[in-house]
Write a protein that binds this ligand. Structure first.
Ligand code: MGD
Ligand code: MGD
Ligand code: SF4
Ligand code: MO
Length: 822
């Protein structure tokens, strides 16, 4: 493959490395990249179909403007940019910038653009933001914030016992080389796989113990497991004494769990639960993965807490085969941990610079060559290892984090982490800077003066992916301004005032910040495989044009920084940090500033990577030990520069941190590095489980899991249904007992009815689902130029069913009935 170029798959968070041979504009031959730092050549079957994304015949190629009669007119980019800038300014000046709501910022493969969108948020004064994480992960994030402040990942490759809770990694992956790893565990008699899932999934088929819970009853199942651990004393007391606070209250409550009754409530044999608990309690190492099966079902936040107690109470943290907190290159969401109370603040680089150079020097650095090299010398001689924690750096992190408010602050500069901050109309908890997805429509469909008036939507399809599509469409239609940035004319785009056509993920440089590995953490900057389709633009350029039209940064500042950039990277660094010290508001605009000033000095096809310069420096300054072990060392800014260069040129990705297992304790965001086990709000909720009534609803006797991951689902990234080699209609899975009772068979058409809507579906009879449980895949039912295959799951979901703490929807637990069609 002489002409093969390296890139990555964009279909799930693993982003497996690929080598692709391009013919014309087609992705002709696709195979795994053996040199890739994370995937080492692995791919699943889906990556081989990526040309259905790249060569989709209905790509957008011109900006569109909706006319008063509802039709769309193609307009040129200058007109689009001018009009949108004017209309954003009008909303800001009339109602306030905080009424402009931002949603999205990247899907499974494209987070770089999202970092530039943050600069636009800053320029218009937006304060509210969200993305898909706020309909799955915010409950878990809230728990993580309370327990230790950080994100955990399991070492499944080495764990003796693995536990998958509402997670089907055979199909959904989420860790590197998932299938070979699962096969190895299954083949090894000394290793145990436990799966908690109502369906006998492909993963459950490989499991040693399958706890086939009734849907929505995981809190009972996990409670029973914990009850056994405590009552049979299978705990790691040394770990609890040395590393946690508040264990007593938790253990006291778990001691009282009625294990037989909880087993009955979740529909699992008590002895099987005891066997699973003993495997977890006595296993040499245990790693767990929780996902949508609990995160989008009743008691979701509580279940996340109980899942984490499984490995904490048994001391499965900080050694090979267990759980770890890890480094990040940049955060995919704001932190759920209070940043200040939790951290001491060593003198920052800027503090040191100020001291060494004198305040005047950092305020306005003279750009004369000799002064520059002198000040630079002083700056680079600063001792390495200062933890960058001053205001300017925090704001830089905020600005560059691709999705939410960044590592340390909330989006929009309103920094109230951990759910203390609330939405303006309904007062819903904002966790990790993200407005709960189920609240968005409610924050719009009201006459409350603080309602959102405009929405900016990038790289997402919320009219399809958020609960209750009908209500969400009404919300979009109630707004003064909706702008959608996408490659296709999506369900959401059909409700926009302007639609901006983006270059595809193989037509620009791109990256994701799904960098969750430990002890080696990796990042890949992908170079484009081909130039942008005529008429489209990469997101960094789209945002830059808008920010220029909005006069976001004085041209004199940009000119000065461009001059510095031409003088070299170190001159630029000094000029940039000095400019920021003089005007801290520049920090949130940093991605734009870097694109406009450093960008032109980068290889043209990598200009969009300019923001990574700031990110690389922050990563190196914030974590000098880990980054140093990865090979990026030196005084002052040297390590960050090396890391940035490695990222720019490392086509198969780079390892940006190398940790020892004991280093994982450094990522615990507590002054004493201890876990805080007692979460009173959740212990109270746990206490109420015993008395909660069993569900019975004659109108809706089935529980529908709306949105299962299958071999040929990939959110809504593909719009051409032909990409699916099997299961074209996305069958409704029904247990044989139920099918017999209803008189239906595989291939029959039925109507699925819920309180929110109804949809026709094609039946697949299978004993992999429990009686009373039915399932539909995610991502189907999108419009392909007038054709539609399968059920759009959120025509069936409602806003009402959601987690009381995080507001996350219960997509996996939709009461439903089946009507047989004649
Ligand atoms: N093929 C494919 N892979 C993907 C994606 C895709 O679209 N297609 N999407 C990616 C994304 S965005 C995500 S978030 C991940 C999600 O990855 P997963 O969470 O693994 O995906 P799901 O299949 O939605 O749900 C997981 C399991 O939850 C089970 N479940 C349903 N109800 C319950 C319940 O009440 N309790 C329990 N314990 N389990 C229940 C389902 O049977 C299913 O096996 O996948 C990623 N990977
Ligand atoms: N009922 C139900 N609903 C669900 C789920 C479920 O299981 N059940 N799963 C939920 C989960 S976990 C998730 S993560 C969400 C996913 O749903 P969304 O967050 O809406 O994301 P995607 O479906 O991946 O949409 C990606 C969009 O990006 C566009 N796109 C592709 N490439 C580019 C590009 O380079 N630039 C731009 N600007 N756009 C691009 C695609 O055309 C598509 O419109 O769905 C959620 N919704
Ligand atoms: S879909 Fe996920 S697991 Fe499959 S090749 Fe793509 S990134 Fe890898
Ligand atoms: Mo997701």
């Amino acid at each position: 493959m002489a002409s093969a170029r390296k890139t990555a798959c964009i279909l799930c968070e693993c982003n497996c490395g690929l080598e692709i041979e391009v013919e014309g504009r087609r992705l002709a031959r696709i195979r795994g990249d053996k040199e890739h730092v994370a995937s080492g050549g692995y791919t699943c079957e889906k990556a081989l179909r990526l040309d259905y994304y790249q060569s989709y015949p209905h790509r957008l190629t011109r900006p569109l403007r909706r006319e008063p009669d509802g039709s769309y007119t193609e307009i040129d980019w200058d007109t689009a940019v001018t009009e949108i800038a004017a209309r954003l300014s009008t909303v800001r000046d009339t109602h306030g910038g905080d009424k402009i709501f931002f949603y999205g910022g990247g899907g499974q493969g494209n987070h770089l653009g999202g970092s530039y969108a943050q600069a636009l948020q800053a320029a218009v004064g937006a304060k509210y933001y969200s993305n898909a994480l706020a309909q799955e992960k915010t409950g878990e994030m809230w728990v993580d914030g309370k327990l230790y402040g950080g994100h955990t990942k399991g070492d499944f490759e080495h764990a003796r016992v693995v536990v998958f809770v509402g997670k089907n990694p055979w199909q959904s992956h989420s860790f590197a080389r998932a299938r070979p790893v699962l096969r190895q565990i299954a083949a090894d008699p000394d290793r145990t796989m436990i799966v908690i899932d109502p369906r006998r999934t492909e993963t459950a088929e490989l499991a040693d113990i399958h706890l086939q819970v009734a849907p929505g009853t995981d809190a009972y199942c996990l409670g029973a497991l914990l009850g056994v651990l405590v009552q049979e004393d299978l705990l790691d007391h040394d770990f609890l004494d040395a590393h946690t606070t508040g264990a007593d209250a938790v253990l006291a409550q778990l001691k009282t769990v009625d294990v037989p009754e909880f087993s009955r409530r979740c529909g699992v044999d008590e002895e099987l639960i005891r066997a699973a608990a003993r495997a977890i309690g006595t296993g040499e190492s245990v790693a767990t993965y929780e996902d949508l099966g609990i995160q989008q079902a009743p008691h979701s936040t509580l279940s996340s807490y109980l899942n984490k107690l499984l490995w904490i109470l048994t001391g499965n943290f900080g050694k090979p085969g267990t759980m770890a907190l890890h480094s990040v290159l940049a955060a995919v969401a704001g932190s759920a941990t209070p940043p200040r109370a939790a951290r001491t603040r060593p003198p920052s680089l800027l503090d040191r610079a100020r001291k060494t150079l004198g305040t005047a020097a950092t305020r306005a650095v003279p750009l004369g060559a000799t002064t520059l090299s002198a000040t630079l010398g002083a700056l680079t001689a600063l001792p390495a290892g200062a933890k960058l924690a001053d205001t300017a750096a925090e704001k830089l992190v905020t600005a560059v984090a691709p999705i939410a408010g960044g590592l340390l602050g909330g989006a929009g500069g309103v920094s109230q982490p951990g759910g203390a901050r609330r939405t303006p109309v309904t007062g819903a908890r904002i966790i990790a800077g993200l407005v709960p997805c189920n609240s968005i429509a409610e924050e719009i469909l009201t006459d409350h003066p603080d309602r959102f008036r405009a929405m900016w939507i990038d790289s997402v399809n919320p009219a399809h992916s958020l609960a209750d599509s009908k209500t969400f469409r009404a919300a979009l239609d109630a707004l003064d301004l909706v702008v959608v940035v996408d490659v296709a004319f999506t369900e959401t785009a059909r409700h926009a005032h302007y639609v901006l056509p983006a270059a595809s993920q193989f037509e620009k440089c791109e990256a994701t910040f799904f960098n969750f590995e430990f002890p080696h953490n990796t990042f890949q900057l992908r170079a484009p495989l081909l130039p942008p389709l005529t008429g489209t633009l990469p997101e960094p350029e789209i945002y830059a044009r808008l920010l220029t039209a909005l006069d976001a940064v004085p041209q004199t500042t940009l000119t000065r920084l461009r001059t510095a950039a031409r003088a070299g990277r170190h001159a630029f660094a000094l000029a940039f940090f000095s400019a920021v010290a003089a005007d801290p508001t520049l920090m949130r605009l940093a991605p734009y500033v870097l694109y406009e000033t450093l960008g032109p000095t980068l290889p043209e096809e990598l200009r969009g990577a300019a923001v990574l310069w700031g990110i690389a420096h922050l990563c190196a300054l914030g974590n000098p030990a880990g980054v140093g072990r990865a090979g990026y060392r030196g005084p002052g800014l040297a390590a960050g520069e090396q890391l940035f260069e490695a990222i720019l040129h490392g086509r198969s990705g780079v390892t940006f941190t190398v940790d020892e297992w004991s280093d994982t304790w450094n990522y615990v965001r507590r002054p004493d590095r201890r876990f805080t086990l007692e979460i009173p709000e959740l212990l109270a909720a746990f206490g109420e489980l015993a008395d909660a009534p069993d569900r019975a609803d004659p109108d809706y006797p089935f529980i529908l899991a709306a949105g299962e991951r299958r071999s040929f689902t990939a959110n809504t990234i593909f719009r051409d249904p032909a990409w699916r080699r099997r299961d074209a209609d996305g069958a409704l899975r029904v247990n044989p007992e139920d099918a017999r009772r209803l008189g239906v068979d595989t291939g029959d058409r039925v109507r699925v009815v819920t309180e929110a809507g109804a949809a026709p579906a094609v039946v697949e009879v299978t004993d992999t689902v429990r009686p009373g449980n039915i399932t539909l895949p995610n991502g189907l039912g999108t419009d392909d130029d007038g054709r539609r295959a399968g059920v759009a799951p959120n025509e069936l979901t409602s806003l009402r069913h959601r987690d009381p703490i995080a507001g996350t929807p219960w997509h996996k637990y939709v009461p439903a009935r089946i009507e047989v069609l004649a």
